[in-house]
Design a protein around this ligand. Structure first.
Ligand SMILES: [Zn+2]
Length: 280
């Protein structure tokens, strides 16, 4: 990566005043004459040397390259923040157990991935009972979008807040600012378990900053929550909730907890076993 060349920094530079002949310069790229222009600066005539079109283009190209380079660096930092746990690393739509009540959420999650380039400014609040597969769907979206080459950050809200708090320690290598920046520049920010955090003024303020940064950049958030949209205001505070209401489409996953169902099933089998062997 080359640094931006000083000569390209300004589109035009002041080359002199009270000159009798029109100055010009030779373009450093195409070698053609580029005439200076006389302008009036606060009552004084000055000659201004514009850049040749090809120099301007070269400057734009370098700047773009520089921005991409910066983004790439920031994206690399994002990987340290993004954390889909081992449990959900392989989560996709094919290994999601669709049960009664989760059909709609399942369909919308797939649609969201398929149409992200078209409707990718939409934010979603996926809510419902704990343990009913919301995190699996969010992780499936994360994994599918990463495969598409998009920059997606997946964090659980309680973990994220601890991570930001840890930056208050001077020895921490990430700063709060870095984390907040990373959270605001990614293509999609997935917040798992919104509302599960312990509240305090600091927590309320930090959550607002995260949500508001995305809102201002017109960038989407996909959040999962065990709380219903009507219980969130009390948990998150009014300001964050107002943003959420404005930017997020609530989608309810109506399925009940399959962790609980599986536990019930196991318990049922155990009971049957006990009954069968009671007489023995
Ligand atoms: Zn030129």
């Amino acid at each position: 990566m080359k640094p931006i060349q000083g000569a390209f920094k300004q589109i035009a530079e002041i080359v002199g005043q009270n000159m009798t002949t029109s100055p010009y310069k030779l373009c450093s790229i195409c070698n053609q004459q580029v005439p200076a222009m006389e302008i009036d600066v606060l009552g004084t005539k000055r000659w201004v040397q514009p850049k040749c079109k090809c120099e301007v283009e070269a400057f734009d190209a370098e700047q773009k390259e520089f921005q991409n380079y910066q983004r790439e660096r920031e994206v690399r930092e994002l990987f340290a923040i993004s954390q889909v746990g081992d449990r959900y690393l392989q989560a996709d739509f094919s290994n999601f157990e669709v049960r009664a009540g989760s059909e709609n959420a399942y369909k919308i999650a797939q649609y969201y991935v398929d149409k992200f380039e078209t409707f990718g400014r939409e934010s979603i609040l996926l809510w419902g009972d704990p343990g009913n597969g919301k995190t699996h769907l969010a992780a499936a979206i994360h994994n599918a979008m990463r495969e598409k080459g998009l920059v997606v950050v997946f964090v659980s809200m309680p973990d994220l807040l601890s991570k930001i708090k840890a930056t208050f320690n001077r020895n921490n290598k990430e700063s709060e600012e870095q984390i907040l920046k990373a959270l605001s520049i990614c293509d999609l920010l997935i917040i798992d378990d919104l509302g599960a955090e312990k509240t305090s003024d600091w927590v309320e303020e930090t959550i607002f900053k995260i949500i508001d940064n995305r809102y201002r950049r017109n960038k989407p958030i996909l959040a999962t929550s065990n709380m219903s949209p009507k219980d969130l205001p009390e948990q998150l505070g009014k300001r964050s909730n107002d943003r959420i209401v404005e930017m997020m489409q609530p989608i309810e996953n109506k399925a009940t907890s399959y962790r609980r169902e599986h536990a019930k099933e196991r318990f049922g089998q155990f009971k049957a076993f006990l009954q069968e062997n009671e007489g023995a």
